[in-house]
Design a protein around this ligand. Structure first.
Ligand code: MTE
Length: 397
């Protein structure tokens, strides 16, 4: 057995049903001796692409290099509260129910019925609310709780599915409906000994009928198991938790809804916020990242093309600036794509370092709404919405 995979991980994998049995487990581990398994994730997680963090897998930002605007499914980060369920589209159905339906009668959609509705296709990033969280501690010296992501809890994909609005209309949503709450079919989430039930998070009706889709395809293929097969919610521009995977039911309500994912998590807590936290988080913020490994070594006296990605949930990216001297001087990067809403842009800057030694590379996004990445991010105890400029250390050799 690979020394990097301990017995507990293997048992968890088997318990989560991710592997067919010990023989398969042994074969998979032998085939990828350096890979560390994340309990409950189905797809392979090669270490040159992913960093495993508990039940989650973060894409290394150097693994975005050369991938184009869409993140291939086999490089897309995975955020699982529990484990990926392997559902079948034959058994799957979506139940729409609640006080916000005319006659309060629940309506079911099977996979074939959902696929027969008019389809839409749109490109959007999914980004965890905690993406960049580790920099609160490492750059700002501020402790936070939660998965210590660097900048790879994001991916962009072309999603195809049906408008949530169309499904709500067919289910008979009444004019008095004000909120909907999609819920996943993965296992109930237990934390600190408390069972919080299945992952679910409400959306106000206005957002639900605006641009939310029930997606069954990712980059032209059926959704992979880990990303919500057979159907997931995609909520463009909002924090990733809103995009509920493996959706099994949607409550439609004439009164506002809550869940632990709007009350206990995904609010800002700490100094400067009320004791019950801020309002539930909705839109993501803005960031940028180098497509370089942390601590990358770059030979002196040669030209390197520094490349990266920049994104903002508020508006298309307007400009990206790069500093190769720890923030003393900035130059404008070349944008390689037409900036669009809900997507990201690739950028590039040539660099010919002459002096050897450690250097901090910095990148800074400004969007068309006038937002710019600040030097420091506002602290909150759960480390959400990190937006500050990240200092990426490399060594010139
Ligand atoms: N949906 C369900 N049912 N269970 C989950 O654990 N995680 C959420 C969201 N949807 C989650 C879920 C979070 S926190 C994020 S960031 C995104 O899924 C991640 O989507 P991905 O794993 O496809 O990248």
């Amino acid at each position: 057995m690979s020394p990097a995979v301990d017995r507990r991980d293997l048992l968890k994998l088997l318990a989560a049903g991710s592997l067919a049995g010990p023989a398969v487990a042994a074969a998979q581990l032998a085939a990828a001796p350096a890979a560390r398994a994340a309990p409950g994730i189905v797809k392979p997680l090669p270490p040159e692409v992913f960093t495993v963090r508990g039940t989650n897998a973060e894409t290394r930002t150097d693994a975005f290099r050369g991938t184009g605007l869409l993140t291939p499914a086999d490089r897309f980060f995975v955020r699982n509260h529990t484990a990926t369920p392997r559902l079948s589209e034959r058994d799957w159905k979506l139940t729409v129910w609640g006080s916000g339906l005319r006659g309060r009668r629940a309506v079911e959609f099977d996979y074939a019925r959902l696929r027969s509705l008019p389809s839409v296709t749109r490109t959007a990033v999914v980004e965890c609310a905690g993406n960049g969280r580790s920099y609160f501690a490492s750059q700002q010296g501020e402790p936070v709780s939660g998965t210590p992501w660097t900048l790879g809890a994001i991916g962009a994909a072309r999603w195809r599915g049906v408008r949530l609005r169309d499904v709500l209309e067919r289910a008979g949503a009444s004019p008095s409906a004000v909120a909907v709450m999609p819920r996943g079919l993965d296992d109930e989430f237990v934390t600190d000994g408390v069972n919080l039930g299945r992952v679910r998070r409400p959306l106000p009706l206005a957002k639900a009928v605006d641009d939310v889709i029930l997606a069954y395809e990712m980059n032209g293929e059926p959704l992979p198991y880990d990303h919500g097969f057979p159907v997931r919610v995609v909520v463009p521009s909002w924090i990733g938790i809103a995009s509920v995977k493996w959706v099994g039911d949607i409550e439609v309500s004439e009164t506002p809804l809550d869940s632990p994912w709007t009350t206990r998590f995904y609010r800002l807590f700490g100094a400067g916020h009320p004791p019950e936290g801020s309002a539930p988080l909705t839109r993501q913020t803005l960031k940028s990242a180098f497509e370089l490994a942390p601590g990358a070594q770059l030979p002196a006296g040669r030209e390197h093309l520094l490349t990266g990605r920049a994104w903002s949930a508020a508006a298309p990216v307007r400009q990206v600036e790069v500093s190769v001297d720890g923030g003393a001087h900035w130059q404008t990067a070349r944008l390689c794509d037409v900036p669009r809403r809900d997507g990201w842009v690739r950028w590039a800057v040539p660099w010919r370092p002459e002096r050897t030694g450690p250097v901090h590379l910095l990148s800074r996004t400004t969007d068309r709404a006038g937002n710019t990445q600040p030097v420091r991010s506002a602290h909150n105890t759960q480390g959400y919405l990190f937006d500050a400029v990240v200092r990426h250390q490399v060594t010139v050799t």
